[in-house]
Design a protein around this ligand. Sequence first.
Ligand code: ADP
Length: 543
Amino acid sequence: MVDTTASKGRSLSPSHKELIEEVKRQTSQLTAINTVTAAVSQSLDLNVTLQTALEAVLSVIPVDASGISMVDETAEELVLRAQRGWKNDFVTQPMRIKLGHGLSGRAVTNDEVVVTGDLTNDPRLAVPAITNEQWQAQVLAPMHARGKVVGILSVMSRNPYRFDENEISVLRAIADQVGLALDNARLYESVREEQGRLQAVIESTADAILATDRHGNINLVNQAAEALFQLDVPSVIGRPLGDAPLPPALNKKLREVLGQEGAGTGQTFEVLLENGRALAAVLSPVYPTAHPEEQQTEGWVVVFQDISHMKEAERTRLQFIQTAAHDLRNPLAVTLSALTMLQKHIKDPTPTQTEVINIALNGINRMQDLIDDLLNLEHIESGVDLRSEQVSIPDLIQRCAFDMGPLFERREQTLALAVDQGLPMFLGDERWLYRALINLMSNAHKYTQREGTITVRGELRGADIVVQVEDNGPGIPLEAQAHLFERFYRVQRSEEKVPGTGLGLAIVKSIAEKHSGRAFVQSEPGKGSIFGLILPLQTSEEE
Ligand code: ADP
């Protein structure tokens, strides 16, 4: 601050006067810059900022007109975006000047302030129509943002005017403030446009979408979700995803999945609604794009697809296969009874007759097995009619052992059970779990030598129930193990030919997967094999 009281009553020395003048000048410069800065930083709307900037500039520099051109980097042009005090409209059909051309184009490429006097006949003008404006004086000041020239701020006078040094440096400073504000507004606008585009995509997609913030509260419901679940959007926004007014089966599933360990990697699940519709859902965490390494989620997105029509198509396909299988089985049954009759009618069959009849009987049995297995596989893979019931795994193992007992006895094989009787109930389809275990036990029986030992185990491992069938049979070469669960795959063995379809393990795998689990094998040639099912308990909790 300058102490002016000290100078009261006596005349100031010339150096004092100069000092005071300088301070006044600098203060008014700063005020001018502040006025513009304050004005342009009030809005993030590009058009508002442009107009405010022009107005603010004219309020601090005593001239007639001002303009703002911005660099279009793709077209390498300078485009007039706003004008004030001009006679002609150069904005509606924007005036475009190639960078490096004309006075302003050059001001950009050379990054310099250009000050001119009478422009009425200036040959350097890139757009001759400008001469109509009859500018007598002009300053073109480059605007900077993010370290480069983003446009030009211009001020013009219709009367001869000499811009002094101070005004030019003020304009230079103002241009940068305006450049920064415009750049921010432009960035904000492009983010908003991007957001709008995204919003339009989200709204127009046929899939129903719900999104949440990082606390799991809903912050987005698209039109498809609104229609599918008949949601009152305003009352849903802000509610926890698991408490949203969605069908109860879906709510339950969402709560379950969100509460699960490992939910952070996303989940896919299907739900059958009370109205018979089936939905497939994909729940994914959203990570900040700028810092994907930060494992802190920004929220969740759930995309629902109505798969009722797909389920219907699967049902129709299954019906067709069932009908076809039935039609195939009928003639087989007829042939079988004819052969049995023939067998009874031949009193003393010759060895050849017996052999022919046996070959025919075997063929029919194999054909029947194949039809049954194909049908089973189609059925389980379609997921149609899959039940969700409380299954006691120890009881299931016991039942399979009872049903298979006579077969084991026939080959003098020992069947041992090692089952944890305290296993929790498992939520699944008992018929299919029975089928899976029977397939594993019947393989152990078929491929293990007479007097071999087969052990069935049932135990809890972490959150999984593990059921295993272990034998001391021939084992399986490592290279074959990877293919065992493929359809029609059978290990080539030189020894005795065991009848089979090559579908049993594919069925086991499919059953395990339909229960969110998996099937596995561990085997060592010459020592034996362990086949098993891993059945995760999570989905069966609190039922
Ligand atoms: P299938 O028994 O009808 O041939 P599977 O899909 O049940 O069909 O089994 C595929 C193949 O895996 C069998 O052909 C057999 O070679 C082998 N395999 C399955 N279980 C055992 C086992 N316990 N011991 C040895 N090999 C086995």
